[in-house]
Design a protein. Structure first.
Length: 441
């Protein structure tokens, strides 16, 4: 009997992704260098008994130690900011707006990177970020603006309610060391940001889109459209959010894989139609790949405009990797791009694995990547047993759901085009009678 081939070992990227995310999750519950020491000792004891798992375990442990160290380091850095010393008193701060202003129905939030502060007459150097909430906004704030303001700073803290969100850890991951509240920004000094930077142009484009929606639609519809198109959900009313939550579709208000896929599909179709007008490109057979490469530009541009939430970044990374695999004639795989996206986001934002948006987004895509192939295989077996392909067209909707569209039988045998022959000669070989009739006419 022929010997069965052993299954190939899992890709190392899976072990690295699992270890990195697991290390960051563990750091939220257990902090300190002793946790990494205990994990290393357990690994050494395990490898002494199961040597076959040496490489996967070593990769997973190294990634877990790195993720745990990242979160610990970020926590120590946030507690050492100079701006924390000013908490509990009123002080003048000077800095720049480093994130896009977040608009709420009744307020505006600014993240200010402080570079100087004063309580008396002299300015002194300071470091750290402050989350400022402004109730009555009188100035057009944007990312890159510089300001001077008198604020009462305070340290972020949790309220201690059972099951509440860890607000202290959330603001710490964003590098925010203090918060402040202001009733108005009328007396603040503001220096507008340079309009020549690419970030300023993207923010201006985003703001212009939001203003167009507000001028064209009623307030509630404009807020929903802004959330669906550009990810601007700050103006959504709590009642609207509650209705979407009760319907179980609140995820559509966040720019995610669905939006990125729609933009990519539209860009690919348009690019393929335009490139297909060229006979020279058709003869080379590179039109689908060129269209795939051209569709990446609108995808990246839309991702930059739509925002920097976890779902958007995950969808962008996965889309670019899948497109690169198709361009390089690599087999299509959804788990590897998902693992790379988890590694990229975890390294770029330490502790992001503890956010609920990260967990829901990645768990949902992981379930789809594992479940859809099994569902498709089960459907194919059921359809073959019941001879579904011979039934009427009212079953086409079921075929479409599993990605198996109905194919009509060709009316005449087809031949594959080969390089070195023209399209006309290829067409003449397929239907010589029709071509000769056109020539005689």
């Amino acid at each position: 009997m022929p010997r069965k081939r052993a299954a190939p070992p899992p890709t190392p990227i899976y072990w690295i992704a699992g270890g990195l995310v697991g290390g960051q999750l563990a750091a939220a519950a257990l902090a300190g260098w002793w946790v990494r020491g205990v994990a290393t000792a357990v690994l050494v004891v395990a490898l002494a008994r199961w040597r076959r798992a040496a490489l996967p375990a070593a990769l997973a442990l190294a990634a877990a130690v790195l993720g745990h160290w990242q979160v610990d380091r970020q926590r120590d850095a946030s507690t050492g900011d100079d701006v924390r010393v000013l908490a509990g008193a009123r002080a003048w701060i000077r800095g720049a707006v480093v994130e896009r202003p977040l608009r709420r129905p009744d307020a505006l939030q600014l993240v200010v990177a402080v570079d100087a502060a004063r309580r008396g007459a002299d300015w002194q150097g300071s470091a750290g970020r402050v989350l400022v909430t402004v109730q009555n906004v009188t100035q057009a704030w944007q990312r890159g603006d510089r300001l001077e303001a008198l604020l009462a700073l305070r340290t972020p803290h949790n309220f201690g309610n059972p099951g509440e969100v860890d607000y202290e850890a959330y603001v710490a991951r964003r590098g925010i060391a203090a918060t402040a509240f202001a009733t108005s920004d009328r007396t603040w000094w503001r220096a507008p940001a340079s309009a020549a930077s690419w970030r300023a142009r993207l923010d201006a484009w985003r703001s212009a889109t939001a203003r167009t929606l507000q001028a064209s639609l009623d307030p509630t519809t404009a807020a929903i459209a802004a959330a669906l198109l550009i990810g601007e959900d700050g103006a959504l009313d709590d009642r609207v959010r509650a209705r979407y939550a009760r319907a179980g579709v609140s995820h559509v208000l966040s720019i995610s894989g669905l939006h990125i896929a729609l933009v990519a599909a539209a860009a690919f179709s348009a690019a393929r139609w335009l490139l297909g007008r060229s006979e020279r490109l058709l003869l080379t057979g590179l039109v689908p790949k060129l269209a795939m490469a051209a569709s990446l530009v609108p995808v990246l541009l839309y991702g930059a405009i739509a925002g920097d939430n976890v779902a958007t970044q995950r969808a962008e990374v996965m889309g670019v990797l899948v497109a690169a695999a198709l361009l390089l004639n690599r087999p299509r795989d959804w788990l590897a791009p998902l693992a790379v996206a988890a590694i990229a986001l975890s390294l770029a934002t330490p502790g992001v694995a503890n956010e609920i948006s990260f967990q829901l987004s990645f768990i949902a895509v992981f379930g789809l990547a594992l479940g859809v192939p099994r569902l498709t295989a089960t459907w194919e077996r059921w359809a073959e047993v019941h001879l579904l392909r011979l039934r009427s067209r009212r079953w086409d909707w079921a075929r479409w759901l599993v990605g198996k569209p109905r194919r009509s039988a060709p009316s005449s045998p087809r031949r594959r085009w080969r390089p070195g022959t023209s399209i006309k000669s290829h067409s003449s070989r397929r239907s010589p009678i029709r071509w000769s009739s056109r020539c005689s006419a």
